[in-house]
Design a protein around this ligand. Structure first.
Ligand SMILES: [Zn+2]
Length: 138
């Protein structure tokens, strides 16, 4: 059977911007961070410099406990680039803090994936500087 595993070092990696650097620095430390508006508490779905709800420029980083559940997924068997190992399972995960993020599930077989599967975050290096968040059934 095919077990879903983290991608190897050497895949294409994000190039952090000033807005997203705190997020990637958190991943490198093993911390899943997210942004919340200080004025209206809306959670930004990706690193931002302005709140998408109330236009406040006051956003703070918070640390997620890294627990959540599987919302949606697919299983990729044919890589779009040769650097990627297959199969892998891109997924949308609902975090307990109330936001959703794109990631990938590891540590189980594709047949084990199911809606609401409880998941916990873990981090794996993709380059010398970048660690990527993955989720494992828990
Ligand atoms: Zn706001």
């Amino acid at each position: 059977m095919a077990v879903l595993e983290p991608q190897p070092v050497g895949i294409p990696v994000p190039n952090p911007s000033p807005a997203s650097k705190p997020y990637w620095d958190g991943c490198a430390r093993g911390e899943l961070l997210y942004q919340r508006c200080d004025a209206c508490a809306t959670i930004a779905l990706r690193p931002a410099t302005i709140c998408g709800n109330c236009l406040s420029r006051s956003l703070s980083w918070a640390r997620s406990a890294g627990r959540g559940s599987l919302y949606s997924w697919t299983v990729v068997w044919r890589p779009q680039r040769p650097a990627f190992n297959v199969p892998y399972a891109p997924a949308i995960v609902t975090l307990d803090e109330g936001f959703r993020m794109m990631s990938a599930v590891v540590g189980c077989e594709p047949e084990d994936l199911a809606a609401d599967l409880p998941l916990a975050v873990e981090f794996h290096p993709a380059s010398d500087e970048i660690a990527l968040p993955y989720f494992r059934p828990c």
